[in-house]
Write a protein that binds this ligand. Structure first.
Ligand SMILES: [Zn+2]
Length: 765
């Protein structure tokens, strides 16, 4: 797998197939789709940033790259995508074999261009944060939230613009730029407000009359800078006011009868925030940070009634279509997503409550705008507090928050794009590149990414369109390479506009004997991650979809196609090392939170999937199949099999399942620790053994967003369930439970041995 990781280190891309199936038929036999898991603005310390605009092919607009054929004497380059011959412009006149511009260097397949116009323009535009704060919560939670917010405000860059909206039964927009008296504008929670009503009511047209025609778009168009700066102020100017407003902030004063839920108008508050930003700072990459402490019960996005006897929807309710509020709320948030994407704004969600708050409904608006989401039990939990701090922190582990992204794809004409599964929204740019089959955000070759950061990772699903020719030998293809070009325009965190260009080339094969080549280019980790995004997408979007059956069929098909075996002889079955851990990934994917949704609430499932859909291959693989490291006196830290057999009294285990990091002490270790041996000078080695997993856990935690939950537990303790739930149940292995051969379905909680045994039997049929 090392070579695939190296490719990722150069271009930020992993592909399940690095030698591509060359025809439509060939690729459908491969089961795992031709796809690319791409991190558009992954940082590369050695990547050049060129201070000029790139050259484009005059036919297909793709950008000059190392795969172009260059005729130095004629000063012509040939586009690998459409074969157009392009003349170099005069300022490339001195180009020669040993005088190449950087974009033609073979190692710079990923490169950035910085627009010379935005470099010369004065100050970079500031970040804009609109805090939207729920007040329907108990005093203790209010106190946690207020303290976290005031810490965040301290970390804000002094130029950042800040606004504040609070809500409960009503929506309060706080005027931070007031003179002497505190002022808020109040909106009813049950009624959606239009942008015009909002502006009118908030006195935007008192000093400067409303323009009779045309759209209102910030200080340039229709609004006075004065009126905007009443609500959005540089942090340096409003820190004091903001802090005093927060300090005085009270729990929602409206009485809540004991048999009722609080009246919480989350959707109306978010709608007001979106309208205000849309009017004041359109196209600015502003972020709405929503802090929500319970279920929405008021307005168009309510997820449950106020009556406590009515429970919040579960997966069972959604399955039976008996969640009366769900569809209406999703529809509302689809509308909000559309508005935010149009405005170029991001919705970040911090959902902290024991109850569900409506992440399942809000998901669409977060995902389409490239927002961040954090789910925790309380605003006092470190998962929330540390994650919030990370957003505003600068330095090595900052998130590299960027905005205003547009992502575009070019590829060889035999390849079509089905869509992207990931945090983006279609820009509906239709063309010959688009496949008729749509997966995720499809039917387009351009996508909006309102918010993106160093980690944001898209999964592009392709389709090989080339038909098998009836007589393969009659027509020799001109080239056995397919080309891809990914273009990302974005506003760098420095404020400058940049264009990142990644150009890839992959060999394709077809016909008899191609299996060996395909296997040689198979990246099983990337394949597992692509399958995880696909299965999650299908579960959400296809009625009656059976994920277990779909995954099992795919796996059996792959093993039958690429395994070595004699027909009808399961014991003869073997897989090349390129494929050998793929069945294990599929085994864990079947058991994972992405497929076994009934163990979680719809909010949790939505949360897990939003994160899966924005993470890179390595992190996603850990979500599917957690990593386990064992520490003992006998050896250094070493990877352990994800199996109950890994547990031993004299071992410490470190489990990383992405959302949770568990340090698990075997019984003897726990005893020694409780006896305080590690504090005695003669047991220094024990102290070191005890410390090692903590150091490794810290390394994991400081790199990750959202910050994972750290669980420290002992064998036989109640918290040990966080480890046990992730282990393969090999100890319960019972050969009597084997299913008769021929059935496609495996039973659900079998051990990996039973699973593999069964798989081999079915694959050789
Ligand atoms: Zn071209």
């Amino acid at each position: 797998m090392g070579e695939f990781v190296e490719l990722e280190a150069q271009d930020g891309v992993r592909m399940p197939w690095n030698v591509l199936p060359g025809t439509k038929q060939e690729s459908s036999n491969c089961v795992v789709p031709v796809s690319a898991i791409y991190t558009p603005i992954k940082p590369f310390p050695n990547m050049p940033v060129l201070p000029y605009s790139p050259l484009r092919c005059r036919a297909c607009r793709s950008i000059l790259n190392p795969f172009c054929t260059v005729d130095f004497s004629a000063k012509i380059w040939i586009c690998p995508f459409c074969f157009q011959r392009n003349q170099f412009p005069p300022h490339y006149a001195s180009i020669s074999d040993d005088n190449l511009p950087a974009e033609l260097f073979s190692q710079y397949t990923t490169i950035e261009f910085e627009d010379p116009q935005t470099i010369s323009s004065s100050a970079p535009s500031p970040m804009i944060f609109m805090f939207v704060v729920d007040t329907c919560m108990i005093e203790e939670e209010m106190a946690f939230l207020k303290s976290a917010l005031s810490q965040a405000i301290e970390l804000l860059h002094e130029n950042s613009l800040v606004g504040l909206i609070t809500f409960g039964t009503l929506v309060h927009v706080h005027e931070l730029g007031f003179g002497e008296i505190t002022k808020t504008y109040v909106f009813k929670g049950s009624k959606d407000v239009s942008k015009e009503q909002l502006l009118e009511q908030m006195g935007f047209f008192l000093k400067k009359p409303k323009p009779p025609t045309g759209v209102i778009a910030g200080a340039k168009d229709g609004l006075s800078a004065d009126s905007i700066s009443r609500f959005l102020l540089p942090a340096s100017q409003c820190e004091f006011t903001l802090n005093s407003v927060l300090e005085e902030l009270q729990k929602d004063p409206w009485p809540v009868p004991p048999d009722q839920r609080a009246s919480r108008c989350t959707s109306t508050a978010l709608s007001v925030a979106a309208c205000l930003l849309g009017a004041c700072v359109p196209g600015s990459g502003a972020r709405i940070l929503a802090f929500i402490g319970g279920p929405s019960t008021e307005g168009l996005g309510a997820i449950v009634s106020k009556n406590l006897s009515e429970p919040i929807r579960s997966h069972k309710d959604l399955d039976k279509d008996s969640a009366p509020y769900h569809h209406k709320a999703v529809k509302f948030y689809e509308g909000l997503a559309k508005q935010l994407v149009h405005q170029g704004h991001v919705l970040d969600l911090f959902a902290c409550a024991l109850d569900q708050v409506g992440v399942a409904e809000l998901k669409v608006a977060v995902e389409k705008t490239g927002g961040l989401v954090v789910l925790a039990e309380s605003f006092g939990h470190s998962v929330f507090k540390d994650s919030l701090r990370r957003i505003f922190q600068s330095g090595d582990h900052d998130l590299g928050l960027s905005s205003n992204g547009i992502f575009e794809v070019n590829c060889s004409k035999d390849i079509k794009v089905q869509g992207i599964i990931g945090p983006c929204a279609s820009l509906e740019k239709k063309g010959p590149l688009c496949s008729d089959t749509v997966v995720g955000q499809g039917n387009t070759s351009a996508w909006k990414m309102c918010g993106l950061d160093k980690a944001t990772t898209l999964c592009l699903i392709f389709e090989i369109a080339k038909k098998d020719s009836p007589d393969a030998t009659a027509q020799q293809p001109s080239s056995y390479q397919f080309y891809f070009q990914f273009l990302t325009y974005y506003q760098h965190s420095s404020g400058q506009m940049r264009l990142r260009v990644t150009t890839l080339s992959r060999r394709w094969v077809a016909g008899p004997g191609s299996a060996q080549d395909l296997i040689a280019g198979f990246d099983q980790e990337a394949a597992a991650v692509a399958m995880a995004r696909l299965v999650s997408f299908k579960m959400e979007n296809e009625a009656e979809f059976d994920p277990i059956r779909w995954l099992d069929k795919a796996l059996i098909h792959i093993c039958a196609r690429f395994g070595d075996y004699q027909k009808d002889s399961p014991s003869s079955f073997s897989l090349s090392s390129r494929l050998s851990i793929f069945p294990q990934f599929m085994f864990h994917l079947r058991r994972s939170q992405f497929v076994q949704v009934f163990n979680n609430s719809p909010d949790e499932t939505a949360y897990f999937r939003v994160i899966l859909n924005r993470e890179n291959v390595a992190n996603s693989a850990v979500m599917i199949q957690p990593s386990l490291i064992s520490y003992s006196f006998h050896s250094g830290p070493e990877p352990a099999l994800l199996d109950v057999a890994a547990i031993a009294a004299d071992r410490i285990l470190l489990l990383d399942s992405y959302f949770t990091v568990v340090i698990f002490h075997g019984a003897t270790i726990a005893q020694w620790r409780k006896a305080g041996y590690h504090n005695q000078p003669e047991h220094q080695a024990f102290a070191q053994l005890l410390q090692a997993p903590h150091d490794d856990a810290d390394e994991i935690i400081k790199e990750r967003f959202p910050v994972p939950r750290l669980v420290i537990c002992d064998q036989h303790g109640s918290q040990a369930r966080f480890l046990l739930a992730k282990l393969n149940p090999s100890a319960t292995y019972n050969s009597d439970s084997l299913l008769p051969g021929g059935d496609v379905l495996f039973t659900d909680d079998v051990s990996f041995e039973v699973f593999l045994d069964h798989l081999q039997r079915l694959a050789v049929q």
